[in-house]
Design a protein around this ligand. Structure first.
Ligand SMILES: [Zn+2]
Length: 386
């Protein structure tokens, strides 16, 4: 099977056992059915994808649809993530030196660090992002993942990884490469989604691109095992759409320092509570769909992302209504299929006079406003959350 999942051992403690949940096969735009699930590791409590989306399937997904390019001109805006990371650097009173940003995208955060006196470098797997960083900001990036590109660097004072560790298959190995590239006493600054407060997490939290799920305990295990001591750690609950944790760590003199924190009970409780919250939310979405649409009504669905993949799995939309097509603003998706539905240009939906199901948790309001601006009457919008 083309999208056959793979098994994974825990990269913190090595165990391949634990409690498995959320095992599902969803139809993904352009890929067909993709199966993955989660495991809460019995050895240390880490939550990781297992069975996991294979590296081949993931590479096809990123090659077709990754979109981290920057729009607009002028100085780059300071994202809330970059602001938290810069605050963390300031709190620790790190003196500007050589910084390397792994997963730098178009170089936004490096632009801000350079303005503070840092000598900047970094990498990104997307050639388009690397080209944009150079053209727009004069920031020279290496093309590739940090596991490869950092092997050509040494003596760095700071390595930053913003929303990277949740995307890679072996974070422990990656941090080993980071450690080797850092000077003695050098620092690592990371931010990742944080498993906490299950009731405020969004539907579809366990997206296919997120291979690993962290909180304070599992990050401590990972970092101390890889030879880092935590200097600063901050959880932000009101980051949208999910809480995040920002951690600054210093290169320690040896690897494998502290004993393991076992987060099994806490993380299993998170997963069970989230499962209940999530099930209730999809029941409510299903009720909204059935009250907004007549049985058999012809509709368009706006959004060909993972939210729609999940919507089709978790609600009765496909059997209740007649989906004419799925549409998306991203032209890379046009001409593909999501399940058996074609993904078409927005014009077909806009000009049809049919209702449009807005399939996005993160951008529902913005999409509704944009549709209004394109002449879609408010009563044609089917909103699922707001
Ligand atoms: Zn483990």
């Amino acid at each position: 099977m083309e999208n056959q999942p793979i098994g994974r051992a825990c990269f913190v403690c090595g165990s391949a056992a634990g409690v498995r949940m959320f095992d599902q096969a969803i139809e993904v735009c352009g890929l067909g059915p993709v199966r993955y699930g989660l495991r809460c590791c019995d050895g240390c409590g880490l939550v990781l994808q297992d069975p996991a989306v294979s590296p081949q399937t993931m590479a096809r997904q990123y090659a077709m649809f990754s979109n981290y390019l920057a729009f607009g001109d002028g100085d780059p805006p300071l994202s809330s993530t970059a602001a938290r990371m810069l605050d963390c650097v300031a709190r620790a009173d790190l003196k500007p030196g050589r910084v390397y940003d792994v997963g730098a995208a178009a170089g936004f955060m490096l632009w801000h660090l350079r303005a503070q006196g840092w000598k900047v470098g970094g990498c990104d797997p997307s050639p388009a992002a690397v080209a944009q960083a150079k053209a727009r900001f004069g920031v020279e990036l290496d093309t590739g993942t940090g596991e490869i590109t950092l092997k050509d660097h040494a003596g760095l004072d700071l390595v930053t990884m913003s929303h990277v560790l949740e995307h890679i298959y072996d974070p422990a190995a990656a941090l080993g490469v980071v450690r080797a590239a850092l000077a003695e006493g050098g620092h690592l600054l990371i931010e990742v989604p944080c498993l906490t407060a299950p009731e405020i997490n969004p539907p579809g939290l366990f997206m296919m691109e997120h291979l690993n799920y962290f909180e304070a305990g599992s990050l401590k295990n990972l970092l101390s095992g890889a030879g880092f001591e935590i200097v600063d750690s901050e959880v932000t609950l009101d980051f949208f759409p999910f809480p995040v944790i920002t951690v600054l760590a210093r290169k320690a003199s040896a690897t494998g320092g502290a004993g393991l924190v076992n987060g099994f009970a806490d993380n299993l409780r998170f997963l069970e509570t989230y499962a209940g919250v999530d099930a209730e939310r999809w029941r409510s979405v299903d009720a909204r769909l059935r009250s907004a649409l007549a049985e058999g009504e012809e509709v368009y669905v706006w959004g060909a992302g993972i939210h729609t993949s999940t919507l089709l799995t978790r609600t009765s939309l496909e059997t209740w209504a007649n989906i004419l097509a799925i549409t998306d603003r991203d032209s890379q998706k046009h001409g593909h299929r999501l399940g058996h539905h074609p993904v078409v240009e927005p014009d077909a939906a806009l000009q049809s006079g049919r209702k449009i199901v807005i399939s996005s948790y993160v951008s529902e309001k913005a999409i509704a406003a944009s549709l209004g601006g394109q002449g879609v009457a408010p009563d044609r919008n089917v909103r699922l959350y707001t």
